[in-house]
Design a binder for this molecule. Sequence first.
Ligand code: NAD
Length: 324
Amino acid sequence: MSKQVKVLITGAGGFIGHHFVKFLKEKGYWVRGADIENPKFEKTSVDDFRLLDLRSFDNCMQACSGMDHVYQLAADMGGIGYITKYYASIFRNNGLMNLNMLEAARKSGIKKYLFTSSACIYPRYLQNKSDVSPLKEEDAYPADAEPGYGWEKLFSELSCQYYMEDYGIKTYVVRFHNIFGPFGAYEGGKEKSPAAICNKIAQSKKNDKIEVWGDGRQTRSYCYIDDCVEGIYKLMQSDYHRPINIGQDRLVTVDELVDMVAKIAGKEIAKQYDLSKPQGVRGRNADISLAKKVLGWEPRVSLEEGLEKTYKWIYEELKKSRRL
Ligand code: NAD
């Protein structure tokens, strides 16, 4: 029998990491999780969970020891309100984590290393209208990334490229575009728009107005978590080592997103626009033709289906904590 592959998932206490642990366990991998925090909503199914601050190189060495593959999902991140508030600490925390993890992976003889980048690396000058063209991987340069969080991701993408060129470690870089689903933050400041809207609508009473950041006409595309984990797994099985988008290419306005959640909740919702809140770029969509071509991957879960699952989960969480 071939040796069981041992996999490290960093950020295993977080949203995507937690889902990915379940996905790999079902496939029969031996999985170690590392995170500075335990998963918040459900017990982890990893074989070995280590509470580690991955800004420290020694902790990264401990996390990588005995592993074959690494999925580096740990990051200091949140929605637009969070990443536009803490530029310096996000830049430093993620920079330290990514450099130390990559070096520890190299020193530990890791065979494959996947880094999770973001749509926030794409130039702002390509995203200044609602009706945007979908972003292709080669659009990244000339760079004009999201301040702080986006520039650090670009820096770490390049670190992966240089480590592969100079040391031969096989690196993979995925650029996620708005991943959403159950078991993600829905309050506390780190939540993103789908979860934030589900939370507000679930807690709203008759005639309440839902606060919407911006004028509601900014656009995004949203990818459900099950499609995301399938995508990163396929990438790690491939021979593709340049950055690649994983996301959806269906563009919706934030207004439309609110209306979809209201329909799922069976509520009539009035909107209160707050133009003083951060909105990020005006429009952002993913071109996923490269992932279709080189990975044979495409999203299967519709936005409506994904939102329904997310809304139900948030609703149940609120009920458990007696807020509904
Ligand atoms: P998340 O915040 O739910 O998970 C990140 C995890 O990293 C958290 O559990 C956090 O505790 C952990 N972490 C933070 N600092 C740490 C430290 N010093 N040491 C150890 N662990 C630490 O985020 P997520 O949505 O699961 O994102 C996973 C990855 O995907 C991140 O790299 C993120 O930047 C990237 N990404 C996510 C999205 C998205 O839509 N969710 C979009 C683009 C990129």
